[in-house]
Design a binder for this molecule. Structure first.
Ligand code: ATP
Ligand code: MG
Length: 218
């Protein structure tokens, strides 16, 4: 739907942020079940341009991460890939994205920021946490290897009145780092992400050079 077009009704917009290097089924299940649980009209998948917390790491070209995001989300009419963060200059902070979306959409569009249990625990350490809490409702999904109660207590200890909805999703112990690692070792990544994303990785030779870097670094 055209977000905010009908002034008589409320629109619920989900934002799924991440590095998406590459996007995988953990991201997609999280977004789909958040959409369902919170009755979201649309989920925007937003690959980070220059991730604030991953500046020191070697992150794949933004156009490749965006292309894989488009491929993985193409068949879902409630999903969209957004160039917003990759088209911005420099480091992207979630607060800037939320501010920009808040300015862009009318007041009848409610913003929901979707994260896994690991990312939500970092919320309180983000820049301008209290303004962020005013701009969006947060959806925190369970993730294997991360304790949702740790996130809960860190958020409440911060004293910032975040509106956080906790959702339990089917456990998928899938991570982008594990996929990169497997590709670099020539191991199978089938069923960890979509065939279209796997095809893109192979066609463009992504993640192969990690082996060389790791050996050089030793
Ligand atoms: P990396 O291993 O490179 O850190 P990642 O798999 O953690 O990659 P990100 O792009 O860092 O993926 O994560 C984007 C968002 O998706 C974060 O909010 C993260 O918590 C969430 N997420 C990622 N994988 C899962 C999963 N398997 N289950 C639930 N949430 C997930
Ligand atoms: Mg991560």
């Amino acid at each position: 739907p055209e977000m905010g077009a009908d002034p008589e009704r409320e629109y619920r917009l989900g934002i799924m942020g991440g590095t998406f290097d590459p996007i995988h089924y953990g991201h997609l299940v999280t977004a789909e079940q958040a959409r369902e649980a919170l009755a979201l009209d649309l989920v925007l998948f937003m690959p980070a341009g220059k991730p604030a917390f991953k500046q020191d790491l070697d992150v794949t070209d933004a156009e490749d991460r965006y292309a894989m995001t488009v491929l993985a989300t193409a068949a879902n009419t409630a999903f969209d890939a957004s160039r917003f963060e990759i088209d911005r200059e420099g480091v992207t902070y979630t607060i800037d994205t939320l501010r920009a979306l808040r300015e862009h959409y009318p007041a009848n569009v409610k913003l929901f920021f979707i994260t896994g249990a690991d990312a939500v625990a970092d919320l309180v350490t983000w820049h301008d946490a209290s303004e962020m809490a005013e701009l969006a409702t947060f959806i925190a999904a369970t993730r294997p290897g991360y304790d949702i109660d740790t996130a809960r207590s860190r958020i409440s200890a911060s004293g910032v009145p975040f509106d956080v909805r906790y959702i339990e999703i089917p456990a998928l112990a899938i991570s982008s780092s594990n996929i990169r690692e497997r590709v670099s070792r020539g191991k199978s990544v089938r069923y960890l992400t979509s065939e279209s994303v796997i095809g893109y990785i192979r066609k463009n030779g992504l993640y192969n050079r990690h082996v060389v870097e790791r050996v050089d670094g030793v």
